[in-house]
Design a protein around this ligand. Structure first.
Ligand SMILES: Cc1ncc(COP(=O)(O)O)c(C=O)c1O
Length: 499
């Protein structure tokens, strides 16, 4: 009889394996309070038998966060903040209190916190408002989320040159020597912006935060995308001093969605020129005079009415993260990551062929709690990541597949060339990632996508072990094709049965 996800997700903790894990990672014991938190605040995971392994996609909310937010909303009359009524003032005090809490969290006393919809909204602010100019540059790490890659369109439109700093195979870290050369090669009389992630959402690589100073010393402004870093790492903006930092709060503590933040160093605020104004962002605007005066500070960037009810939940989330302890979460996710990596790299089919390819470093040095991989069958053929996701889903395991909106690391690891991409687009102008994956797999056995497992605040050893068992269950399996779909190489289209 098939066991449902519920049955399968019950902790199958083999005492020996757990004891061995603890012997190898004794510091894990210091995070035992997170097991208690999981039982009290994330009980739904075990009740429903879900193994959640996509904390980089989104953290999970604690039940207590929701309770506290509901109590807060029930206790107060909160009106639109754009007026001076008591209901409006109450809202303003919650929003401003949250803003102070965010600045304090990042030790960002000389920064401005601009509330946005999400990290992408924060990044778009920089893209559309940064003073790109001909002769100036935008330098992007080849490892960047598409919401950072997209800034290149603003830079191009304003005549700035766009370049990518390469990452090296197999660890997929920035080539710091090459980067230094590229940073040197800038006209210091122009505006130059360097953008990189503190932690890759593809590989988990933590690019050195020292790069901020390296770029500053060569006359660059720096945009640090901290979205994947801050849920499990401390970021102290008195130690690391980028001009711009982007975060999404649901990635840090699951709830609320729809609120992110752009932190701007106060002395860099003047480098952002808003291309428009909106309700809430002006001190004065006329129709007849065709003039407006933009509000100073964060107000000039917060278009329309803020998501003020949700913003009130951000402080609750920060308190929750503080009580769990970011350092403890970091310790825990690194123990789980180290253990899982060491297990996966050893997995082999009976014929001795390796089952798994890891993207990025295979030790815990200079990386965070993300493990990204592909599986291969006994003949050495790539297993379609969608099939792996399907099989994992059948066992109640939620993981992430694809390129995670970050195409650079996969392209570097698989040596995907511009010709591959041009050929794909020529075959099908409506190219999607799954179609492209099929095409390059057929042509050269390459992969454009992968499978990502990531750990976070509510992760336990049982979660990591469940994934390890699932991975081991693919040993010697040969029939790992996707459902009924076949791929037509001529049209570069997936054809499903009957379609
Ligand atoms: C590193 C990184 N940057 C930016 C983003 C975009 O975040 P959001 O979708 O919340 O705007 C993500 C989301 O996965 C991310 O991982």
């Amino acid at each position: 009889m098939d066991a449902g996800p519920k049955d399968q997700a019950r902790p199958t903790l083999s005492v020996n394996v757990y004891e061995e894990f603890l012997a190898e990672y004794p510091e894990y014991r210091s995070t035992a309070h997170l097991d208690a938190l999981r039982a009290s605040d994330y009980a739904r995971l075990d009740v429903q038998g879900v193994v959640y392994l996509d904390y980089t996609g989104a953290s999970l909310h604690a039940e207590s966060q929701i309770r506290q937010h509901a109590e807060l909303l029930s206790a107060h009359i909160l009106g639109n903040p754009h007026s001076a009524s008591p209901a409006s003032s109450r809202t303003t005090s919650f929003v401003e209190g949250t803003r102070r809490a965010v600045l304090q969290w990042f030790n960002a006393r000389d920064y401005t916190a601009i509330f946005t919809l999400n990290a992408s909204g924060a990044l778009k602010h920089v893209g559309e408002s940064y003073a790109f100019e001909p002769g100036g540059r935008l330098l992007l790490s080849a490892d960047n989320h598409n919401s950072v890659n997209g800034i290149r369109e603003f830079a191009r439109a304003h005549g700035a040159a766009v370049a990518y700093a390469p990452i090296t195979v197999p660890e997929l870290r920035l080539d710091t020597h090459r980067l230094e050369v590229m940073l040197e090669d800038a006209d210091r009389t122009k505006t130059n912006l360097f953008a990189f992630p503190a932690q890759s959402n593809f590989t988990g690589v933590q690019h050195p935060l020292d790069l901020v100073q390296l770029a500053h010393d060569r006359g660059w402004d720096v945009l640090l995308d901290a979205a994947a870093f801050v849920p499990t790492n401390r970021l102290d903006l008195q130690t690391v001093r980028p001009e711009f930092v982007s975060v999404s709060f649901y990635k840090m503590f699951g709830y609320p969605t729809g609120v992110g933040c752009l932190l701007v160093r106060n002395d860099a605020l003047a480098r952002l020129h808003r291309p428009w104004f909106a309700g809430g962002t002006v001190n004065f605007a006329t129709v007849g005079g065709r003039r407006h005066v933009l509000s100073r500070g964060e107000a000039g960037f917060e278009d329309g009415t803020l998501n003020y009810l949700s913003i009130a939940a951000v402080e609750i989330g920060l308190r929750h993260l503080a009580s769990a302890g970011v350092d403890a979460i970091h310790t825990r996710v690194m123990c789980l990551t180290g253990w899982l990596l060491s297990r996966l790299v050893k997995l082999c089919h009976s014929n001795g062929r390796p089952m798994v390819r890891i993207y990025g470093p295979i030790t815990t040095a200079g990386r965070g709690g993300i493990v990204t991989m592909n599986f291969y069958d006994p003949a050495g053929h790539l297993v379609d990541y969608r099939r792996v996701e399907e099989l994992a889903g059948d066992q109640g395991i939620s993981l992430r597949t694809g390129c995670f909106c970050n195409p650079g690391p996969g392209e570097a690891a698989e040596d995907i060339t511009e010709e591959d991409i041009v050929a794909g687009l020529a075959a099908n102008p409506d190219l999607t990632l799954p179609l492209f994956l099929q095409m390059i797999t057929h042509r050269g056995g390459k992969s454009a996508g992968a499978i990502r497992v990531s750990f976070g605040i509510a992760s336990t050893f049982a979660d990591a072990q469940r994934f390890d068992e699932f991975a081991a269950s693919l040993r010697d399996q040969t029939r790992l094709t996707i459902g009924e779909a076949t791929f037509d190489i001529e049209s570069c289209r997936i054809i499903r049965d009957g379609s």
